[in-house]
Design a protein around this ligand. Structure first.
Ligand code: TXA
Ligand code: MG
Length: 323
């Protein structure tokens, strides 16, 4: 047991990581649960603390393409181009791993996931360290990803010594995960960077390959990002009728709902998908704290980052299969 501290002291974060302990770190997407990515004993603690299945591999975070080069066996030209445009940023690359990367990071995969996060505190921390940081989202496995230091504390208090506080995450949704097959970029997890953004400008051909049963990115398991309160997605007005008399929370895109509703959170009054994405996990956690009977929500426009929002909602709503 630790007395978990929250602060902005990079030296303290560095100290604990060098001791082989875990630290909560901010990124632009969600908070990460960080360990020394080259120390299998430290990485094992991530799985234990999160209660994460051992077959679900971890992303390595580094400060620069130079540092990524040591972790992989060659970076394809297509990937180089994308790194120039999107890194630091919410794009994760699956590349053949080098022998430096412990097996526990990749869970037996021949590829390792690498990314350069775009958060000033964490970039400074990565510069101070002489190893990459392994970090999944800093939530107990299966629950909603944390977008503030308080969320991390909520799920992991006493289990880690330190949380580096970088404020509320700007993007609020996990990174897009991308692999390469010949010259084609293949999206394995939908995220903030959209297929259109990847292909436009860089002339890179993009496919989407999301598998649930034999996931190439096991975070794709159907039940994930789930609220404790049952969440159902459909036509909100219809669902309000169906659950009349119950304590209902409404998670809507632009419209306000008041009648028969305990609480309504509108994700973007202006109808901006980026804004909705940034508010999504915060809203899901707010609802969960209210002791509601049900959260009702709707499908978002299935374009751009709306696809990633719909993906997270579908997984949050799915019951009957767990990680
Ligand atoms: O935005 C993000 O990506 C955040 C921040 C903290 O960087 N991280 C994150 O990590 O979302 P996590 O562990 O919650 O999700 C990482 C996903 C998982 O679905 C995992 O299966 C997949 O990446 N993944 C990691 N390494 C992989 C590999 N070698 N091959 C295939 N999938 C991999
Ligand atoms: Mg996660």
């Amino acid at each position: 047991m630790f007395k978990t501290k929250i602060g902005t002291d990079l030296e303290e974060a560095k100290y604990w990581l060098e001791q082989g302990e875990l630290v909560g770190i901010p990124t632009e997407t969600v908070y990460g649960l960080a360990a020394n990515g080259l120390d299998p004993m430290a990485v094992a603690k991530i799985y234990a603390v999160k209660q994460r299945p051992q077959f679900n591999p971890l992303i390595l975070h580094a400060a620069s393409p130079d540092r990524i080069e040591k972790l992989v066996v060659g970076i394809p030209e297509t990937c180089h181009k994308l790194m120039k445009r999107f890194s630091p940023g919410p794009l994760t690359y699956l590349l053949p791993k080098s022998s430096l990367v412990p097996e526990i990071i990749t869970a037996g995969n021949v590829r390792v996931a690498v990314r350069i996060p775009d958060h000033p505190l964490t970039l400074q921390l990565l510069e101070l360290l002489d190893f990459p940081i392994a970090a999944p989202s800093a939530n107990p496995s299966g629950y909603v990803s944390p977008v503030s230091a308080a969320h991390v504390l909520d799920g992991l208090e006493g289990k880690i010594p330190y949380i580096l506080d970088g404020g509320v995450c700007r993007v609020g949704l996990e990174s897009t995960i991308l692999g390469f097959e010949n010259d084609i970029a293949v999206i394995h997890r939908l995220g903030t960077v959209t297929a259109e953004e990847i292909s436009s400008g860089s002339l890179v051909k993009v496919n989407i390959s999301l598998s649930h049963s034999a996931p190439s990115a096991p975070g794709q398991l159907k039940s994930h990002y789930a609220t404790r309160t049952p969440l159902i997605c459909g036509d909100i007005t219809h669902l309000l009728g169906k659950f009349e008399g119950q304590k209902i929370g409404v998670l809507s895109f632009t419209q306000t709902y008041l009648r028969g509703v305990q609480k309504n959170i509108v994700l973007s009054k202006a109808g901006k998908l980026e804004e909705a994405a940034a508010n999504l996990f915060m809203a899901m956690r707010q609802f969960d704290a209210l002791g509601l009977d049900i959260i009702v929500t709707e499908a978002f426009p299935d374009e751009g980052i709306g696809m990633a929002i719909n993906d997270r909602l579908a997984r949050a709503a799915y019951r009957g299969e767990s990680e």
